[in-house]
Design a protein around this ligand. Structure first.
Ligand code: ADP
Ligand code: MG
Length: 213
């Protein structure tokens, strides 16, 4: 069992993400209702349910094919600004892993960096703007500082959680939460929280599949 994920590993990962997003639906809806329209958990759960089904039905599930199918589900089922951003994240990751039969540390690093770049190019948000970028950017930096895949997923999960928690102190510059002004202070951003859940799930899935003991 090597420390690299093949296409089957990615199918399992999308299934794990689906379970995590179903479990987090109420929490994410709650965060989004404080500052937005309350649909973030619902739309992510619907998109990942669709993605898990699509991934499972791929006849040749290469890593790129699974990520590409997931990006389609996010774009089509999530809708809105965040669907385009989440879709871009997975599409850029898919393009970055290209025709690799499995994805090891360097490819994961490149894929996540490309995903972050895509989200920022599309959404224009920087760290500090109280968006998903506040969890994603520190996670990508932390990931790149590690020397093995398990350490990288652990570091990224921790950084994403800290980044999401830190959004409580911020005023939003993008999305519906922008209209809340100072009223946003004290509330964690829904998209930052969902990205933290994504990285925690990645880490847990890695531990379950490939971790030592
Ligand atoms: P919608 O606002 O269309 O209802 P969601 O509720 O699914 O979409 O997602 C809202 C989340 O999207 C926010 O909490 C924020 O993290 C993220 N978001 C919104 N606009 C941007 C942007 N321009 N860049 C990055 N993230 C954004
Ligand atoms: Mg919303």
């Amino acid at each position: 069992m090597g420390a690299a994920w093949d296409g089957r590993g990615f199918v399992g990962l999308i299934q794990a993400l689906n379970e995590a997003m179903q479990a987090a639906k109420a929490e994410l809806n709650g965060l989004d209702s404080a500052l937005g329209d309350g649909d973030h958990g619902e739309s992510l759960a619907a998109a990942f349910a669709d993605a898990a089904e699509k991934a499972a039905s791929l006849s040749e599930p290469s890593p790129a094919a699974v990520l590409q199918a997931t990006s389609q589900s996010l774009l089509n089922r999530m809708g809105g600004a965040s669907g385009a951003l989440y879709g871009t994240l997975f599409l850029r990751m898919s393009l970055a892993v290209k025709d690799r039969p499995d994805v090891a540390l360097e490819d994961w690093q490149a894929a996540l960096s490309a995903g972050l770049a895509g989200v920022q190019a599309r959404g224009k948000a920087s760290p500090g703007d109280k968006t998903m970028v506040d969890a994603l950017a520190p996670a990508v930096v932390a990931f790149a500082s590690a020397t093995d895949l398990g350490g990288a997923f652990a570091a990224a999960a921790g950084a994403a959680q800290d980044g999401a928690a830190a959004t409580a102190a911020m005023v939003a510059k993008f999305g519906r939460a922008k209209f809340a002004g100072d009223r946003a202070i004290g509330h964690v951003d829904a998209g930052a929280r969902s990205v933290a859940i994504l990285f925690v799930t990645l880490h847990e899935f890695w531990e379950g599949q490939y971790g030592e003991g």
